[in-house]
Structure formats: structure tokens, C-alpha cells
Design a protein around this ligand. Sequence first.
Ligand SMILES: [Zn+2]
Length: 169
Amino acid sequence: MTFSKKQLARAYDVLIQGVVCLDDNLRQGVLVYIESLLLEQGIQRDKYLSLEDLHSHYPYVCMGSYMPIDFFNADNLGLITACNDENFKPISLKVCTVLQGGHKPVHRWHTVGTYRCDDIISAIHVLLETLSNGAYFNPCKTCNTIRPAGYLDDEQVCGCCHDGLLGVA
Ligand SMILES: [Zn+2]
């Protein structure tokens, strides 16, 4: 699976919004992997991703693993007995969607997928795909900040900007 520069740049824009939470088993390895993709593709940006960026306290995307993943020695993964079990999928990726309606937005978590240890790279690719998917995250037309899609109205304007516009009027 390969990503276009545009997709990667969008995924990066979402990542620095601090909406992603990765657990301790994944954070460092995923950061290094994504940074290497960004560098490889020459994505222009103001700063490198930090571990903090991937440790959101109010996440919309969560990825975790029940066991440590050896990112840098992929060949040795087969040595971990549990990883040899076809059905053992310790890695999970979840996304939260927001529905407007009634008085309060409704948050719903969905599991995007579960993955075997060996499939960590595919799992990161699905993560990047999720982040760059306009059905989940889109920029507000007014402030250009990337928001969860449910926080944008039909005109693609975010709640903050919408309230601001009302205040002026
Ligand atoms: Zn806005």
C-alpha cells in the first residue's frame, strides 16, 4: 500500500491536532515509522511529530496493543509464540464519530480493525488512511483547522467558527 503526498500531508495535519492516542506499546514505533514516511515523501511541515502529539487526552482515534510490538526487528516477530497464532490479534484501531442531533453531539466509537503482531505495518497504513479520510476528518472552510467531520455543518464550517459568526451577527 502506498500513499499519495496529499494523503500523507492530510494525515500529518490531523496528527498534529492531537486527536490521536496510541498506547505505550505502539507510540514510539508508530511515530518513527510515520516520520520516516513523511521524510521519504518530502512532506513540507513546520515541526516533527512528537510523542505528545500521539498521546491525546481527548482522542478521536485510538490504537493500542495488548503486547509489546518489536517494530525494529520485524524478522524476530515469529519468535513470539503468541504471534504465531493466526487468531491472536492484539492490535486494535478505533475511531470515534460525532453525530449532531438533539441538544448534544453524540460520540460513538467504532472498531476499524484488529491486527496480528506481524501486520503492524498494515495497521499503521489503515491508521493513516483513516486520518486522511474526509468522512472522519475535514478542514473547516473558515478557520482551516481540521475537525472531526461531525463537528462541521453542511457548509463545512466548524462549531467554533459558527458560534463566532453568530456572535458578530
Ligand atoms: Zn472553524
